[in-house]
Design a protein around this ligand. Structure first.
Ligand code: NDP
Ligand code: OXD
Length: 306
């Protein structure tokens, strides 16, 4: 069995030996143009040429949860695409989002500036019922985030394609219930996959539907948010601010208005990192299962784009 590996981030030095150790019977090599035909491709943002040349693939493994980059390509017909299925990401996402929610709700950013100025002053305690948290996307990551936020007794809403039953989370679903979801939420967390249906979902009209004094946390993809509309909603006073981990262009270009905005906190696409050993173990388990004719979790539905 041959496995071809490619990552746009070029971290082959650690992945190839890791995959090789987890699958001792396989030959794992770095993809380059003209590479031998492989049975499986393990990839992150591969070039079209890889998919065009590798005509014997039995499956394509994406070394991330989001498959939007792969979905831009011409995929070989009938070859399953399998995404990372948690692999240690959901706990990271839960801690990142809970931190951002609590930092905003408890005004810890304000206390940080007060302390820097040597100022000892209390802010009036806020009431959780005034800060309902809405999670867009209740998949592998969104469900874990929604449940984690609910443990801090915030009212939690969730929006997904299909209805969900999750303890402590009010379920909204489908385009018809998006307005009601936004109107019921004050802190909005985006954990949707990037698809034609969800691109630019947080635009001026939708941001205006969030409760006044709202707050946006985007940990999915930059193209979910219309940057200029978010800035206008914050500068116009409808929104209190945002925490953004993902951007339309990454690294976020120098000079972008998000860099120095006093009400926007940014991090460099780090809310839930792909953890190498967990991910390699998961992919190796799934390759072994596919070799045995079994089905595996995390298969992407190319028609819906996630
Ligand atoms: P999943 O595919 O497991 O979940 C996606 C969720 O979005 C599902 O609940 C789905 O609904 C819902 N959804 C999709 N399309 C629509 C729509 N049109 N309307 C309403 N709901 C919709 O994804 P994950 O939870 O694993 O990951 C989510 C995203 O997080 C990834 O696609 C990726 O872009 C991003 N990500 C970011 C990282 C970071 O470090 N910043 C790290 C990892 C991922 P249903 O359940 O009904 O199908
Ligand atoms: C992912 C990511 O999709 O890291 O896994 O963004």
């Amino acid at each position: 069995m041959r496995i071809t590996y490619y990552s746009a981030d070029m971290d082959a030095a650690s992945w190839i030996p890791g995959l090789q150790a987890a699958l001792p019977g396989a030959t794992v090599t770095l993809w380059e143009p003209g590479a031998p035909q492989a049975d499986y491709a393990v990839v992150w943002k591969p070039p079209q040429q890889l998919l065009d040349e590798q005509t014997s693939l039995k499956a394509i493994f994406n070394t991330g949860a989001g498959v939007d980059a792969l979905m831009q390509l011409r995929l070989p017909a009938g070859v399953p695409v399998i995404r990372l299925d948690d692999a240690g990401m959901s706990v990271q996402m839960a801690e990142y989002v809970c931190h951002a929610v609590i930092r905003h709700f408890r005004e810890l950013d304000g206390y940080e500036s007060d302390m820097a100025m040597g100022k000892w002053s209390f802010r009036k305690p806020r009431s959780r019922v005034d800060y309902p948290v809405g999670v867009l996307g209740l998949g592998v990551l969104g469900e874990r985030v929604a449940k984690s936020v609910a443990q801090f007794d915030f009212p939690v809403n969730g929006w997904s394609q299909s209805p969900k039953t999750i303890a402590g989370v009010q379920s909204f679903h489908g385009a018809a219930q998006l307005d009601a979801f936004l109107a019921a939420s004050r802190i909005v967390v985006c954990l949707l996959p990037l698809t034609p249906d969800t691109e630019n979902i947080l635009n001026a009209q939708r941001l205006a539907q969030i409760r006044p004094g709202g707050y946006v946390i985007n940990v999915a993809r930059g193209a979910h948010v219309v940057d200029a509309d978010l800035l206008a909603a914050i500068d116009g006073g409808h929104l209190a601010g945002a925490t953004l981990d993902v951007f339309r262009v990454e690294p976020l270009p120098q000079g972008h208005a998000f860099w120095n905005h006093p009400k926007i906190t940014i991090t460099p696409h780090t809310s839930a990192r792909t953890l190498r050993s967990e991910s390699i173990a998961q992919i190796a388990r799934k390759i072994a299962a596919l070799q045995n004719g079994q089905t595996v979790a995390g298969r992407v539905d190319a028609a819906r784009g996630y």
